[in-house]
Design a protein around this ligand. Structure first.
Ligand SMILES: NC(=O)c1ccc[n+]([C@@H]2O[C@H](COP(=O)([O-])OP(=O)(O)OC[C@H]3O[C@@H](n4cnc5c(N)ncnc54)[C@H](OP(=O)(O)O)[C@@H]3O)[C@@H](O)[C@H]2O)c1
Length: 266
């Protein structure tokens, strides 16, 4: 590989935050960033033990000068967002990459959808993205340069790109909101060396998808519904997010990139 390509895709020296980094897609992204050379990856989630265990696993494979830091917290509440942002700011002067990945889903039939389920999904999936980004904006601005701006990567969903068969009304609506909030924040921060983009995943192995992937028959049906015929894997997730977080992705802002094997696109 030439030095140029190394320079384009390396995250050497970067400090990144991955919310919901204890498992699933967040863990795939955190591990990808570490493999791309990030100096520090901060992960957060509510369940402290699971979060510590993921951070320990990643720290075991970290090279010299790399570290993974676990800061537990609940991003579903304004107090939790402030507490997490304050903890980050206490130890870091600048943040190069913020991945707003933490998310929740709730399925219920039309006519029976609970108000508290609706609020929970919206608060974690949408409200937390806006207020955490706002709380860390000065730290992102402080990290970004014209050549290599700071990055915010929001995790949406293919379910926010098209109406789907699963009855998770707040979830799909929240993901469409994530996509639009991405464009709105990209516009607001465009002159401040902060790029804001979103990814819209199709099915990836995770707790959230366990209901559909645990059983072999259901798993085959999910894969068959994906135009390319398989579910996403950690390399699919790491590849796209490293691109968006690295110098290679510096000229993109306000885009929503589907990573769903052709769902909603082919
Ligand atoms: N897997 C897929 O197929 C798929 C497809 C499209 C989009 N997505 C999106 O990808 C993101 C990650 O989902 P996943 O599939 O990896 O699900 P997951 O395995 O359930 O992981 C969700 C992560 O978010 C954390 N989290 C949930 N609520 C939180 C809160 N209130 N505060 C802080 N952290 C919280 C969880 O940890 P705690 O429970 O300990 O808090 C966990 O680390 C979500 O935004 C999801 O909507 C997933």
């Amino acid at each position: 590989m030439t030095d140029r390509i190394q320079d384009l895709f390396s995250l050497a020296g970067k400090t990144a935050i991955v919310t919901g980094g204890s498992r699933g897609i967040g863990e795939m992204i955190a591990e990808g960033f570490l493999d791309a050379g990030a100096a520090k990856v901060i992960v957060t989630a509510r369940k402290a033990e699971a979060l510590e265990s993921t951070a320990n696993r990643l720290n075991e494979k970290a090279a010299e000068g790399q570290t993974v830091v676990a800061i537990p917290g609940d991003l579903g509440t304004p107090e939790g967002i402030t507490a997490f942002a304050d903890a980050v700011k206490a130890d870091n002067d600048a943040i190069d990459i913020l991945v707003n990945n933490a998310g929740a889903a709730w399925g219920a039939p039309f006519g029976e959808y609970p108000v508290d389920g609706w609020d929970k999904v919206m608060n974690v999936n949408v409200r937390s993205i806006y207020f955490l980004t706002e709380a860390l904006a000065d730290h992102l601005r402080g990290a970004g340069t014209e050549d290599d701006p700071a990055r915010v990567i929001n995790v949406g969903s293919v379910d926010g790109l098209r109406a789907c068969d699963i009855e998770h009304y707040a979830y799909s609506t929240s993901k469409a909101a994530v996509h639009h909030l991405t464009r709105q924040l990209a516009k607001r921060l465009k002159h401040e060396n902060v790029r804001v983009n979103a990814i819209a995943p199709g099915p990836f192995e995770s707790n959230m998808m366990a209901f559909a992937l645990r059983d072999e028959e259901a798993r085959a049906a999910v894969a068959a519904d994906v135009p390319v015929g398989r579910i996403g894997n950690p390399d699919d997730m790491a590849g796209l997010t490293i691109f968006l977080a690295s110098k290679a992705g510096a000229y993109l802002t306000g885009v929503v990139i589907p990573v769903g094997g052709g769902i909603a696109t082919a």
